[in-house]
Design a protein around this ligand. Structure first.
Ligand code: HPA
Length: 280
């Protein structure tokens, strides 16, 4: 059996188990998975039931795919992002994106926790990604011709506008109405799993990054190659290394993510409501 027919079997199996055709897929980051609990008429699949799904090894990442409705809109929530720093290839990290796209999702919302590099930003702020820098220098599309046969390979995808500006503008309007402070910025992907050195942060600031994190970019590259429209939101959990007192801990990142989760949930619900009502 080819990789392609194997994938088609997996998609068939998931489609039979999840009774929705999602309009939008959400990939929820570290400690930001609470919205998954709010999905109505939810059917949850453990990722261990999905052949080919890379196993998650990180605390705070329950590996589940949840199909159902949010604000009336059919959604699929990926609560179980995997990262390259867990030892997975970028191709494996992008597997959930290929899966949700094959289930019918034309749009992708990705959230993550990130450290702020822009001195005007503060922990607890939500940042819309307007662009990214791939400082891990890895791509899920390397070798894609092998696992994605000719009709699906449309050449090197354009990444001059990976994040959908019209969607960002609509989401910003909504955030304003909801009185949720947001900002825009460039997200830089590092491989991790260690946090950055102060010298690296100085370099990343000069490169034009506003926030730094260890996820999102491989999924976004895959989503753009598949033609999905993408919205990315970072929860800024801390000022990056050297920009705040003392060392940075995973607990601090999770704690700030937890503090702002209500805000993020209200914003995401609004965005989905807006999208379902075709308001932009
Ligand atoms: N660096 C990298 N990843 C992160 C950070 C950070 O400062 N905060 C949350 N995720």
């Amino acid at each position: 059996m080819t990789q392609h027919t194997e994938f088609a079997h997996v998609v068939d199996r998931v489609r039979r188990l999840l009774p929705v055709q999602p309009e939008v897929a959400l990939i929820l980051g570290s400690g930001l998975g609470a919205l998954a609990e709010a999905v109505e008429h939810a059917v949850a699949l453990s990722v261990t039931e999905i052949p080919g799904y890379p196993p998650s090894t990180v605390e705070g990442h329950a590996g589940r795919l949840i199909g159902g409705y949010l604000e009336g809109c059919p959604v699929v929530v990926v609560q179980g992002r995997v990262h390259c720093y867990e030892g997975h290839s970028p191709q494996a990290v992008a597997f959930p994106v290929r899966l949700v796209h094959a289930l019918g999702a034309q749009r992708l919302i990705v959230t993550n926790a990130a450290g702020a590099l822009n001195p005007h930003f503060r922990p607890g702020m939500l940042m819309f990604l307007v662009d990214h820098i791939n400082a891990a220098f890895r791509s899920p599309l390397v070798g894609a011709l092998q696992h994605c046969p000719q009709p699906f390979w449309r050449g090197s995808p354009d990444l001059s506008a990976p994040y959908d500006l019209a969607w960002i503008e609509a989401a910003e309007q909504l955030a304003l109405q909801l009185r949720i402070p947001t900002c825009r910025g460039v997200y830089l992907w590092t491989l991790g799993p260690s946090y950055e050195t102060k010298a690296e942060i100085r370099m990343y600031r000069r490169m034009g990054a506003d926030a730094v994190g260890m996820s999102t970019v491989p999924e976004v590259i895959q989503a753009r190659q598949l033609g999905m429209r993408v919205l990315g939101i970072s929860t800024l959990t801390n000022m990056a290394a050297g920009m705040q007192q003392g060392p940075l801990t995973h607990e601090e990142v999770l704690a700030v993510g937890f503090q702002v989760r209500d805000r993020l949930e209200r914003l995401l619900r609004g965005i989905i409501r807006q999208l379902y009502a075709k308001k932009f």
